[in-house]
Design a protein around this ligand. Structure first.
Ligand SMILES: Cc1cc2nc3c(=O)[nH]c(=O)nc-3n(C[C@H](O)[C@H](O)[C@H](O)COP(=O)(O)OP(=O)(O)OC[C@H]3O[C@@H](n4cnc5c(N)ncnc54)[C@H](O)[C@@H]3O)c2cc1C
Length: 307
């Protein structure tokens, strides 16, 4: 195998303490990154913005000897439109996502969720790829990505594979990513111009709080004002971000004003399986889910009328 970027970089980049470190790699290209990953997996930790991984590391949840820092890989930092799809590099930060005109124009629900993450410092460092791979049921970008039917490109030395957001998350902090793979792109199809959406995050305060419940609603209408596609996805109410499957079939072919909001909200509330924790009881979350669904539908109906 060709000699890779095997010389450790300056270990000070991570923490200043070097007793735990064997190697620290910061490759300039994706090709080199996946080769390093293949060579050292599983004994290497990928790091992007570090906002999750360093908190765990300094909390000594695990020891890390080898680091693969993605920060120099420019090809993972772009947001581009290609073939009626938007491709978002895994290293795009929450701040860049929130400021992107493309995201604002086509995926306002995702933009709003990015804005709602943590504090300005966290939004400047944290990345969309990191949020996805951490796979917390409370990860704020996950329900919007599901609601927009995103898929993720996972890359290894074998090439790329695509996994739909809906199939990526398999349990709390668990996903289908292999140890020799990186998430490299998030791809979202552009929906019809008559698409409306609503994002709501409920927490006890705006900044630095894990969500007690998040809701992402995306509805597309055809030229006659009939619903073509409707997705209702929630976070923090189940072991993984969650799509209410029935929602679509109850809405397709109808006009907004023909919908029974109470009935739809009950479907949402019944389909979730939240836990009791310090952020709220199960009953509280079910009630909140119901109320959020009704208020989001009303808001979308208002947007449709104004348009
Ligand atoms: C104070 C604070 C507040 C926060 N508030 C919020 C909030 O409001 N909402 C929210 O959703 N999150 C929040 N977070 C969590 C965190 O900021 C996000 O999950 C963030 O998106 C993680 O991105 P990162 O680039 O920092 O990931 P990192 O910490 O670098 O990595 C996270 C995980 O993903 C892996 N990884 C990263 N990138 C890749 C890749 N491209 N391919 C393969 N593996 C990869 C790493 O190995 C690690 O396991 C908060 C964190 C802190 C410390």
């Amino acid at each position: 195998m060709k000699e890779l970027n095997a010389e450790p970089y300056n270990k000070q980049e991570i923490s200043g303490k070097d007793s735990d470190f064997k190697d620290y790699f910061a490759p300039m290209s994706l090709k080199e990154a996946v080769e390093l990953l293949e060579r050292y997996a599983p004994a290497v930790k990928v790091i992007a913005g570090g906002t999750d991984v360093l908190v765990d590391y300094f909390g000594r949840m695990y020891k890390i000897e080898r680091w693969l820092d993605l920060k120099n890989i420019e090809e993972l930092k772009k947001i581009e439109i290609r073939d009626q799809k938007v491709e978002i590099g895994a290293l795009v930060t929450h701040d860049e996502l929130e400021k992107s005109e493309i995201i604002q124009r086509y995926f306002p629900v995702l933009r709003q969720a990015a804005w709602d993450i943590g504090s300005p410092q966290i939004r400047n460092m944290g990345t969309i790829g990191g949020n996805i791979v951490t796979s917390s049921p409370a990860g704020d970008l996950l329900a919007p990505l599901m609601a927009y039917d995103a898929y993720f490109v996972l890359t290894s030395t074998d090439g790329d594979r695509r996994v739909r957001a809906k199939e990526f998350f398999v349990g709390p902090k668990k996903n289908v990513l292999r140890k020799d793979e990186l998430v490299t792109k998030i791809v979202i199809p552009i929906l019809s111009k008559n698409t409306y959406g609503k994002w709501i995050k409920v927490g006890k305060r705006k900044a630095l709080i894990i969500s007690s419940i998040t809701l992402a609603l995306v509805i597309s209408l055809n030229d006659k004002g009939l619903i073509e596609k409707a997705k209702c996805c929630l976070g923090s109410v189940a072991p993984t971000p969650f799509e209410v499957e029935e929602f679509n079939s109850l809405m397709v072919g109808k006009k907004m004003e023909e919908l029974n909001y109470e009935e739809l909200a009950n479907v949402v509330s019944k389909s979730i399986s939240p836990i009791d924790d310090i952020r709220g009881t199960k009953e509280y979350r079910k009630d909140v889910a119901k109320n959020l669904t009704i208020s989001s539908l009303k808001e979308i109906e208002r947007m449709v009328r104004v348009d």
